[in-house]
Ligand binder design. Structure first.
Ligand code: UD1
Length: 421
């Protein structure tokens, strides 16, 4: 297993390019299975473990996949598979986004039940509610969601749960509905940029979709979808992670190939804290020019503050003088990074889904255990800010979602390298 070693205390300077969005890549690669022809997806972060897993599943299902640089070509013609087995789903929960395409195209799907994970329970009730509303007969058997879609028809479905809308449930119902006769209306649909990117891809394939980027998406089923060529949007979470990288190291960096419009909630909070941020169409310039003040953050569905940035923002607040209150409203148990940050000298206490962070002057380097993808990024950021050496263990979590992170950070001047554990 690999680990990252970080010698902290270096200011990040220079420019960094962000990769294509992992969370757009996964459902869009799954959506290629709805077509009868070849699709070409560009700007794919092909070295990410989650993308590699998705490619393996698509091949397992019988489609041909070619990976060249950051371009993935999928030729689905004649694929017969309709099962996403446990061995894949257990390493990547997002495999659930195959449910919609398989059901829409093959009218039958078996997808391993994803279960819970370290960031808390991961229910699938909204996915099931959505496909049942379309007329799928669903049973859970042997750890699998088994969905029979022989009698699918357009329907009106409300997809809101305890924690608001669901990104992948919206994606699944939208994908299944593209090839389902009649009109489907999704109320309380997720409007995350990755859902919108998926809708744009499906429309290029010939799907009839309206209202993407709002909470009401309408889909008129068509008989067939063609292949399409599509360029993925920039990864807003990777973008945000580097923004905090600059803020936490007193840095001055330009983030290129980014989409600032997708990062507005984070930009707003960082500015409130005192970070200087300017941006153009595809670039964000982040500078820390003065001492920061604490700000409170509550995670919410888009365009609210993203849960996938909560851990990284907490690292920043750990070294910001004063008290900040961070409330997690999407995954109330998503605080695995907290005890690791405290081991570096942070002062954080947890009250239910709320973390109270008392800023300290310095964090000190320590051996740290990565527990999930975004928590790992938070530990790397804390390591960059900390005095002395940190070791981030179980770095495979990071490799699921950050392309070349240590290389990109090294180019910004950080002292960070990979070693075998
Ligand atoms: C996606 C992202 C993930 C991000 C999350 C929330 C991908 C591949 N992953 O995950 O990085 O953290 O959105 O922005 O795009 N819920 C239910 N029932 C369901 C489904 C979800 O109650 O059937 C709840 C979840 O427990 C959570 C909330 O809804 O509290 C939002 O989850 P959801 O948007 O579904 O997350 P994912 O789509 O799995």
């Amino acid at each position: 297993m690999d680990k990252l070693i970080i010698d902290g205390g270096v200011r990040l300077k220079g420019s960094v390019e962000v990769s294509g969005a992992k969370n757009a890549a996964l459902p869009i690669l799954a959506a290629t299975l709805l077509a009868d022809e070849k699709s070409v997806i560009k700007n794919v972060p092909t070295s990410l473990l989650d993308v590699i897993t998705m490619v393996k599943i698509i091949r397992y299902l019988g489609a041909k996949v070619e990976v060249q640089g950051n371009t993935i070509t999928v030729e689905p013609k004649g694929y017969k598979g309709c099962t996403a087995p446990y061995k894949f789903v257990s390493t990547m929960r997002a495999s659930i986004c195959l449910l919609g395409p398989l059901l829409g195209k093959q009218k039958y799907a078996e997808v391993s039940f994803p279960g819970g994970c370290v960031i808390g329970p991961r229910p699938v009730d909204l996915h099931l509610k959505g496909i049942k509303a379309l007329g799928a007969k669903v049973k859970i058997y042997g750890g699998y969601i088994i969905a029979d879609g022989r009698n699918l028809r357009g329907s009106h479905v409300y997809l809101g749960g305890h924690f608001g809308s669901s990104v992948l449930a919206t994606a699944n119902v939208m994908m299944a509905a593209t090839l389902t006769k009649g009109r489907t209306i999704i109320e309380n649909a997720a409007c995350e940029p990755e859902v919108v990117d998926l809708a744009h891809f499906l429309k290029q394939m010939g799907a009839k979709i309206e209202g993407e980027s709002t909470h009401k998406i309408e889909i008129e089923g068509v008989k067939k979808l063609a292949g399409a060529e599509h360029m993925l949007i920039a990864d807003r979470i990777e973008t945000g992670t580097y923004m905090i990288g600059a803020a936490i190291t007193d840095g001055d960096i330009v983030i290129k190939k980014a989409n600032p419009n997708h990062c507005i909630a984070l930009i707003d909070k960082l500015r409130e804290a005192g970070v200087s941020i300017t941006f153009g169409k595809n670039e964000i310039h982040v500078r820390k020019t003065r001492s920061l003040k604490p700000v409170d953050v509550t995670t919410l569905p888009y365009p609210g503050f993203p849960t996938d940035m909560q851990a990284q923002f907490m690292s920043l607040m750990c070294v910001t003088k004063g008290i900040s209150v961070i409330t997690e409203k999407i995954y109330p148990e998503r605080f695995m990074h907290l005890s690791e940050l405290n081991r570096m000298g942070a002062n954080i206490i947890l009250e239910g889904p709320t973390a109270i962070v008392k800023g300290v002057k310095n964090l000190s380097g320590a051996p740290l255990m990565a527990s999930d993808l975004r928590a790992s990024a938070a530990l790397v950021l804390a390591g960059l800010a900390g005095k002395g050496k940190s070791e981030v263990l179980r770095v495979y979590h990071l490799d699921r979602g950050y392309e070349d992170m240590e290389k990109k950070l090294s180019r910004l001047g950080a002292k960070i390298w990979r070693e075998k554990e």
